[in-house]
Design a protein around this ligand. Structure first.
Ligand code: GDP
Length: 525
């Protein structure tokens, strides 16, 4: 029987962050293949396209061809149990995407070698930096012509403000892709080798090929040796400490589609990625190996099928061991809850989980007990984990009830959905109009759908477009500063917030009002 210590130390829980089309799904699939969690490549994709849709959670997601079951995946590899959390992109981007990053211990950033750092990667990256978790970079699609590797590194460092350490280096790319020069394992891994036995070519102490090989004739080999020399002399030092606090990202090159460099990446990732760490709570740090069970809810998935009102609350376990039927306390209310039915999501099938420890994610059936950020624990102290951060909404709509007679239901619905974390609510200072803020369009659709089906209210939503949102540091603001280009609103905690038309309007405002201190809660300090 493995001890709790062994079990916790074997856990690696991460999210893959990327911009759509960088190859996140393809890489995930290849990782799952190594773990034997799926039999055929294509399974994750097939789920996405709805071929394997097994449940009726979230009608909207299903219409879009995404299944909830693919949002948490687990596999065993060597002595590790790996949990991958999906961070949905495209139109499905929502605050839940950000919150998912609160539940992981590290992140893998997939970058398309031809595109470099893109918008969505940047946003998700910021949240990872806010948490100070390790970030590993996989530069994908080396089988295609992309940007120069040195240029890509410079871009990572400049745009993201992080140090990089290339664990390996591509030899050529696109049609001329030979493989990777693996600095970490001191070998060359060939992209195409006639037989498996010579896929890896060892390097000597000088970092050159140990045995004679035709590669030595290639100008690409010479060029690679020069670049490696440059990296050793002018590049960053490898530092486990910096990896651990998220200030240096180990960089790997590869091609997910051809499964090249994926296992090399996985092996190094597992070596340097952290096992579950202690988490801060209202009674101090909670040790992941402590016997008391605890965890927090980071996402609630509503069932969009009106016949099934049940929801699923995603719980990240932070300590102890989950057992079926265990009794826990919900710290917010102090009420006991029996965890009789829980579901763990696997890539292969939806299995009922019997045992899970810190690092694992379980889905709990929810009949309305939970809110996002809730802590549950068996500890008598009933502590709460740190509040999840506020994420800066970028999209806004003005919302009213279609039928004025339905005001009561309208207010109740909005209040509960805001409480639950589905959407953010703001009120304009003058007219007290209701504005809803979101990070992705999907949140509005879910809101509308749930208002209709759960609260029996048709809502009218008038787009007011995307805004640059800044909170005001002070408690008081001159309400005359409200204008169409800088809408002044209050959030649900009565804090003043300005919604600027664009970055230009923000800068103009800052110039005119140097005494007003504005902040974005998602800025890296
Ligand atoms: P996601 O949106 O990030 O999940 O991206 P996908 O995994 O769906 O990949 C987007 C597209 O890029 C698909 O057509 C993939 O086949 C392709 N792709 C993924 N990895 C590679 C790669 O290593 N090389 C090439 N050439 N194409 C890739």
């Amino acid at each position: 029987m493995p001890t709790l210590h062994d079990q916790v130390q074997s856990r690696r829980t991460f999210a893959i962050i990327s911009h759509p089309d960088a190859g996140k799904t393809t890489l995930t699939e290849k990782l799952l293949l190594f773990g034997g969690a799926i039999r055929d490549a294509g399974t994750v994709k097939a789920r996405k396209t709805g071929k394997y849709a097994t449940s009726d959670w979230m009608e909207i997601e299903k219409q879009r061809g995404i299944s909830v079951t693919s949002s948490v995946m687990q596999f065993d590899y060597n002595d590790f149990r790996v949990n991958i959390l999906d961070t949905p992109g495209h139109q499905d981007f929502s605050e839940d995407t950000y919150r998912t990053l609160m539940a992981v211990d590290s992140a893998v950033m997939v970058v398309d070698s031809a595109k470099g750092i893109e918008d969505q990667t940047m946003k998700l990256f910021k949240v990872c930096r806010m948490r100070g978790i390790p970030i590993f970079t996989f530069i994908n699609k080396m089988d295609r012509q992309g940007k120069e590797p040195l240029e890509l590194l410079a871009e990572l460092e400049e745009v993201l403000g992080i140090e990089t350490y290339p664990m390996n280096w591509p030899i050529g790319m696109g049609k001329d892709f030979v493989g990777i020069y693996d600095r970490f394992n001191n070998r060359i891994e060939q992209f195409k080798s006639e037989d498996e036995t010579n896929r890896f070519l060892p390097l000597n102490e000088e970092g050159e090929l140990e045995i004679e090989h035709e590669l030595q004739e290639s100008p690409l080999y010479e060029q690679t040796l020069e670049e490696i020399m440059l990296l050793s002399e002018a590049g960053n030092q490898f530092s486990e400490e910096k990896i651990a606090n998220g200030t240096l990202s180990p960089v790997f090159f590869g091609s997910a589609l051809t499964t090249f460099g994926v296992q090399t990446f996985l092996d190094a990732y597992l070596q340097f990625a952290p096992a579950p760490q202690a988490r801060m709570s209202t009674s101090g740090e909670v040790d992941p190996e402590s016997e008391d069970f605890s965890g927090f809810i980071f996402k609630i998935q509503a069932n969009m099928n009106p016949k099934h009102r049940d929801r699923i609350a995603f719980l990240r376990i932070c300590s102890g061991k989950f057992e079926r039927g265990m009794s826990v306390n919900l710290s917010r209310t102090g009420k006991p809850i029996n965890l009789s039915s829980s579901t763990q999501f696997l890539a292969d099938d939806r299995n009922t989980v019997n045992e899970a420890v810190s690092g694992d994610i379980i889905g709990l059936y929810d009949t309305g007990n939970y809110q996002i950020g809730d802590t549950i624990t068996t500890s008598k102290e009933m502590y709460q984990f740190e509040r999840l951060p506020q994420f800066t909404p970028e999209l806004f709509v003005r919302v009213t009830a279609k039928n004025v007679m339905k005001q009561k239901h309208f207010h109740k619905g909005i209040h509960q959905l805001v409480q639950e974390g589905a959407i953010q609510l703001f009120k304009t200072v003058r007219m007290e109009e209701y504005l809803l803020g979101a990070v992705g369009q999907l949140q509005f659709e879910v809101f509308e759908h749930r208002m209709r089906n759960e609260y029996n209210v048709e809502v009218l939503m008038e787009r007011i477009g995307s805004k640059v949102t800044r909170w005001v540091e002070a408690d008081k603001v001159d309400e005359n500063l409200h204008s169409s280009r800088s809408i002044l609103v209050k959030d649900r905690y009565d804090k003043y917030v300005f919604l600027f038309e664009n970055d230009f309007a923000l800068r103009w405002f800052e110039d005119k009002n140097p005494d007003i201190e504005l902040y974005n809660p998602m800025d890296i300090k």
